[in-house]
Design a protein around this ligand. Structure first.
Ligand code: ATP
Ligand code: SF4
Ligand code: MG
Length: 384
């Protein structure tokens, strides 16, 4: 894929370039001696590129490999294959001090701030820890000033310094998590489901805070979410992942206006539209069957076991590549043009299920498994 061809040293060019990234976890069996009996293909050949100062939103249902991809970029898990170029440097080739320095420039915001913040440390200690670890404290006065400016940046009062994580609300805790992530003045923030655990009203505030910080500090974001609404508002480019691979990538507005891949179409059809007339006339695309196991993904197109547009030729035995259908619009489907132009029509879920030997719930209810696909997709976030 050639998602962008802008040279890395130009302002606005790629800060991060991921090529052919794979993370396969071994499946071990055996009582006395562990034998590797297979692999979970959590990430299975991902190419993506994120321009400086922009936001890439990564969506997909639970277990499709989003977090593993984020962790592999930071080398919190070792990639099985592929490369991660950060500001032109191959992260996989780094060891020791150079790796530590590179990590300082790439920070992570987690879904569960309570779980990721040490409950025994107060905010002052939580925020000073990364500064000390990287020798950036600048003495007691310097550190105090830096911490106050961090609190100010994330909208928390100075009084928060003496308090502990459990004394804060979910939204405030996420602000502490963000303050900690920006303490070392990174270039890239990987935010893994940063608002999934928060109420919708608080989600909007945290999303706004991330946007403000991006503008002020020139940050580049990879935002991971299963909530299409959250990703829409914050992203310049959105990538949709299915079973370890990207199936579609597009500028956010284009993707929401006209999703091209059948999987993206199904995801989008599950997001409620605020206009009641449009909502009433909308067709919901239901998918048949379970999400297949990443330890044993389907042949050909990985989505063929659930795809309402699946064709007799190519879909079952030829893996589609992510190709550029229109400027900036990448899609991994043999029949994307025919689907876009309405030449091919979708089959009903019962029909898809019958060809795959999948159990389907009674008519009108839809396949039971479809719920898993739309799980967590919320009302669009109201911006404040
Ligand atoms: N350390 C590990 N060892 C073995 N398998 C793993 C490991 N980490 C993740 N997996 C598996 O890899 C696949 C992808 O997991 P991952 O957590 O990346 O998905 P995800 O898209 O982030 O899901 P969610 O939305 O639920 O967070 C899953 O099948 C998961 O069980
Ligand atoms: S290649 Fe075939 S199975 Fe895969 S998404 Fe396209 S139409 Fe569906
Ligand atoms: Mg995850």
């Amino acid at each position: 894929m050639t998602a962008t061809a802008t040279p890395a040293d130009q302002r606005g060019g790629p800060l991060l370039r991921v090529q052919g990234l794979q993370v396969h976890f071994p499946i071990k069996r055996g009582i006395v001696v562990d034998r590797t009996v297979g692999h979970v293909r959590a990430v299975d050949g991902v190419d993506l590129s994120i321009d400086r100062g922009t936001t890439y939103g990564l969506v997909g249902e639970s277990g499709c490999g989003k977090s593993t991809l984020g962790r592999a970029i930071l080398r919190l898990v070792e990639p099985t294959a592929g490369s991660v170029l950060f500001d032109g440097t191959d992260v996989a080739a780094l060891k020791g001090e150079p790796l530590r320095k590179m990590r300082r420039r790439m920070q992570m915001v987690f879904q569960d701030p309570l779980g990721s913040l040490d409950p025994r440390q107060n905010v002052e200690s939580l925020l000073s820890e990364p500064l000390r670890a990287h020798g950036l404290d600048g003495g007691a006065a310097g550190i105090a000033a830096h911490i106050r400016s961090l609190l100010d940046a994330v909208g928390l009062p100075t009084a928060a310094l003496r308090r502990y994580p459990h004394e804060f609300s979910g939204g405030q805790r996420q602000r502490i998590g963000i303050a900690r992530a920006i303490a070392l003045e990174p270039d890239l923030l990987i935010a893994d489901e940063p608002v999934s655990a928060l109420d919708v009203s608080v989600q909007a505030q945290v999303v706004n805070l991330l946007e403000e910080l991006q503008e002020r500090l020139g940050l580049t974001y990879l935002v991971i979410a299963h909530d299409l609404a959250v990703v829409r508002h914050i992203s310049d480019v959105v990538g949709v992942m299915y079973l370890g691979s990207l199936v579609e990538q597009a500028p956010a507005d284009d993707l929401y206006e006209e999703p091209l891949h059948p999987y993206t179409r199904a995801l989008m059809s599950a997001v409620p539209v605020p206009d009641p007339v449009v909502e009433a006339g909308r067709e919901r695309i239901l998918l048949a069957g379970d999400l297949p196991s990443p330890a044993n993904p389907p042949s050909g197109c990985r989505f063929h076991t659930r795809c309402p547009w699946r064709q007799e030729t190519r879909c079952d035995d030829e893996a589609p590549v992510l190709r550029e259908l229109a400027p900036g619009r990448f899609v991994s489907c043999h029949w994307a043009e025919e689907i876009r132009d309405g030449v091919l029509r979708p089959k009903a879920p019962e029909e898809v299920a019958a060809t795959q030997g999948v159990h389907v719930a009674p008519t009108g209810v839809g396949p039971v498994e479809t719920d898993a696909l739309v799980q967590g997709i919320d009302q669009p976030v109201e911006r404040t």
